[in-house]
Design a protein around this ligand. Structure first.
Ligand code: NDP
Length: 519
């Protein structure tokens, strides 16, 4: 494509804006609000994707006035990017307000209602409201019930004005609790008003998987069990549990990463082409994929699943303590900080193709990548021409983070008289092409909610399908956690911080004659 044609397309894409709206954050004194939500909304404001018809209200129990909240807003934006001019931060902070109250008592909600009315007139937002629930999960249903009882949200009120609710992850801790939460929310709002967030889906590189697959038809004939040997998905963190042991200890990595992000990444790679790129059609295909995943054999989980827990080790020459030594973690904790899974998708496209998924904390480096490893050439004619090794398979890699792009490895001849082959990479790097940092994932998702686009949010049946797959496995592991066994065979294997997880994680592929790719 000519570069001026590409820049015309890019310009057209930047014009997506939300209309007037009030954005209310519950749990506004918390970590997520400071680190992610406020900088993301500021980024929308700064780039004029939300306009002057916009305001923010923080709601939490902590006592603060508007000015104290604005100081936090400013601090959080400066912390995210200290090069932003002060006048831009101040004009954004002037749109921020605060209401203090208990999450389960009406009086705070009544004050919130008064404030939203007053600000709707002042900022001409037509009464449109987005509520973002960023509190600990036990409060999700309580808050939506109070919003309903106090007339801040009305069921089916999805336009003129709209009342929408963004619900943070985790959405339940098993099938039963997710069902209960769905039922509780649906008493007060309809499914088209619920935005179950999975912030991974807000990443440009994740969304690009669908564009790449369905806007480039040359790949489709090879995107199936006839040509793909296996799929690998790695989500590695070098950080440990940090200050989130209270949440992580009873959850574990399988709940924290697989029920949502990992299965979503697999679905984007594996789903069938939707009829159109609208939320219902995309999510129909997404759910069909989830339902096609073969249930795990509970009598033989070790054949497909690996749990690990980080012990002490070294990262960048710093001594790292083991998980059980972390603050808030039981010294006999059974919680996994690493999980690897081999799964099969029982449908026509993926028959017999293993999907290997792994995620872990305190691994060698931060990395999210998806690799599609194609089948090797059926016959190596170059062996007769003194090629020392058989050609390696083609591998297509989606780099999600920190590198953002994609690459395709191909074989090429090494110049010279001998018939030597080497692997070369065809690389596409977002930054090289589009020249700027990718947006915060939350910016995309909050804007989508304001625009009423649910494509990148979980639908009720999708949440149910993923919990249905994992709940029997979790039940098995929860027994271990409950009895706090440390030496039983079903406890997670300890791995050294700074490596690539337990040996069993590598063995999961090696026993199939494969190995993890880290590009
Ligand atoms: P916090 O633990 O920081 O809680 C947010 C706010 O909720 C707190 O500031 C506090 O405000 C209130 N709160 C905390 N504990 C309680 C309690 N026991 N009872 C009543 N209120 C309480 O959470 P985060 O900001 O880290 O996360 C918010 C949500 O977002 C969680 O559901 C989390 O799972 C999810 N999430 C967080 C991510 C992160 O990186 N932090 C990433 C992805 C999802 P106050 O006391 O002032 O009312």
């Amino acid at each position: 494509m000519e570069s001026n044609e590409r820049s015309k397309n890019v310009e057209a894409c930047e014009l997506v804006t939300g209309g007037g709206c009030g954005y209310v954050i519950f749990g506004a004194s918390g970590d997520l609000t400071q680190r992610k939500l406020l900088p993301s909304v500021f980024s929308l404001y700064r780039s004029k994707r939300v306009g002057e018809e916009f305001f923010i209200i923080g709601f939490a129990r902590s006592t603060m006035d508007d000015d104290a909240f604005r100081d936090r807003v400013k601090k959080s934006i400066r912390h995210a990017d200290n090069s932003i001019p002060e006048d831009e931060i101040t004009s954004f902070a002037d749109k921020c307000f605060y209401v203090s109250g208990s999450y389960d008592l009406s009086d705070g909600y009544q004050r919130l209602k008064e404030k939203t009315k007053e600000l709707a007139t002042r900022f001409a937002t037509s009464g449109n409201l987005v509520f973002h629930i960023a509190t600990p999960p036990p409060l999700y249903a309580v808050i939506v019930a109070e919003l309903g009882k106090n007339g801040l949200v009305k069921r089916h009120q999805n336009d003129h004005p709209f009342h929408r609710v963004i619900v943070e992850k985790p959405f339940g801790r098993d099938l039963e609790s997710a069902d209960r939460l769905n039922t509780d929310l649906l008493e007060h709002i309809s499914d088209d008003q619920i935005y179950r967030i999975d912030h991974y889906l807000g990443k440009e590189t994740v969304q690009n998987i669908l564009m790449f697959r369905f806007a480039n038809p040359i790949f489709e004939p090879a995107w199936n069990c006839a040509h793909i040997d296996h799929v690998q998905i790695t989500v590695a963190e070098s950080l440990g549990v940090e200050h989130r042991a209270g949440y992580f200890e009873p959850a574990g990595l399988l709940r924290d990463m697989f029920q949502n992000h990992m299965l979503q990444l697999a679905a984007l790679v594996g789903m069938e082409p939707p009829v159109s790129f609208d939320s219902e059609n995309v999510r129909d295909e997404n759910v069909k994929f989830m339902k096609s995943i073969r249930p795990f054999d509970l009598k033989n989980l070790d054949a497909q699943l690996v749990r690990g827990q980080y012990g002490e080790g070294l990262i960048a020459e710093n001594r790292i303590k083991g998980y059980r030594e972390e603050e808030g973690v039981a010294p006999t904790s059974c919680t996994e900080t690493y999980f690897a899974m081999k799964m099969f998708v029982d449908n026509w496209r993926w028959k017999g193709v293993p999907f290997y998924l792994r995620a872990g904390k305190r691994l060698e480096k931060k990395l999210t990548q998806i690799a599609l490893v194609f089948k090797k050439a059926p016959h190596c004619m170059f062996s007769q021409a003194n090629a020392p090794v058989a050609p390696a398979p083609n591998v297509l890699i989606f780099d999600i983070q920190p590198k953002q792009g994609l690459s395709l490895s191909c074989q090429a001849k090494v110049p010279g008289a001998k018939m030597c082959l080497t692997t070369m990479q065809m690389d596409f790097n977002y930054r090289d092409v589009f020249g700027s940092e990718m947006d915060e994932d939350y910016s995309t998702l909050i804007l989508d909610c304001i625009r009423g686009d649910q494509t990148l949010f979980w639908r009720k049946d999708g949440v149910e399908a993923s919990w249905r797959l994992l709940t029997p496995v979790l039940r098995d592991y929860d027994t271990c956690t409950a009895t706090k066994k440390t030496t039983a065979p079903d406890t997670p294997e300890i791995y050294s911080a700074g490596g690539w997880g337990p040996a069993a994680g590598d063995h999961l592929l090696e026993k199939d004659g494969r190995q993890w790719i880290v590009a």
